[in-house]
Design a protein around this ligand. Sequence first.
Ligand SMILES: Cc1cc2nc3c(=O)[nH]c(=O)nc-3n(C[C@H](O)[C@H](O)[C@H](O)COP(=O)(O)OP(=O)(O)OC[C@H]3O[C@@H](n4cnc5c(N)ncnc54)[C@H](O)[C@@H]3O)c2cc1C
Length: 230
Amino acid sequence: MFEAFQVPGGVLIYGIPEFRLPKAIVAAEVDYMKKLGVKFECDTVVGATVSVDELFEQGYDAVYIGVGAGLPVFMHIPGENLIGVYSANEYLTRSNLMKAYLFPEYDTPIIRGKNVVVFGAGNVAMDSARTALRLGADQVRIIYRRSREEMPARIEEIHHAEEEGVEFHLLAAPLNFIGDGDGRLAGVRCQRMELGEPDESGRRRPVPIEGSSSYFDRCRCKSTSNQKNA
Ligand SMILES: Cc1cc2nc3c(=O)[nH]c(=O)nc-3n(C[C@H](O)[C@H](O)[C@H](O)COP(=O)(O)OP(=O)(O)OC[C@H]3O[C@@H](n4cnc5c(N)ncnc54)[C@H](O)[C@@H]3O)c2cc1C
């Protein structure tokens, strides 16, 4: 088994935090596979370190490609390049795999925001929000463009996030990130949404409510219209 990272386990190691899935459990599974005869070659990016054709030339009869879905999906809104905006993938990898919470003992730094906003409401969002709390955030908000019923996260993950103090702001979506003039994130402007007809996923489509922007900055959230706060 060829693995690009320095340890095998994929998302179970680099994405899902220790508090939800202890790494020792994944390591035990890997050890078990080793006992069954699986050989692991880490730090090997198939397609760069070695090609699939080369693997066949080396004598392998079959190649199974199980590379996961590791690339983040961005929202393509202004300000995404500001310092302080992370994809969940990068944020969780820094924290989990690279042990950024132990910086400078470990080499990888991470921004420890005091006021953190997470967009989306799947398991990845819940893990990111709960990680932010553990990294010392005073306030963590999940902003989701649909309603609670459409949240894709498992119910227990939502409950755990709520129990730990994560706030949920539903029917709101980001419009743009705002910089402080020095390349760093200072706020995010959001828009209130309402639910329309179901889309191809079967979930009701979020539709923007025109003229209903809200502004989240480092210390507060305020409405800039006569609409209810997001
Ligand atoms: C934060 C988070 C929370 C989640 N929570 C849940 C949950 O609660 N319940 C649930 O059911 N699912 C959850 N998921 C989804 C679940 O973890 C994934 O669906 C699952 O781990 C995918 O497994 P996989 O083996 O297909 O891919 P991955 O786990 O991504 O493994 C792919 C591996 O391939 C390696 N790789 C990629 N490209 C190359 C290459 N070119 N050469 C060599 N190696 C390469 C990667 O480094 C990685 O180790 C979560 C995902 C995330 C990110």
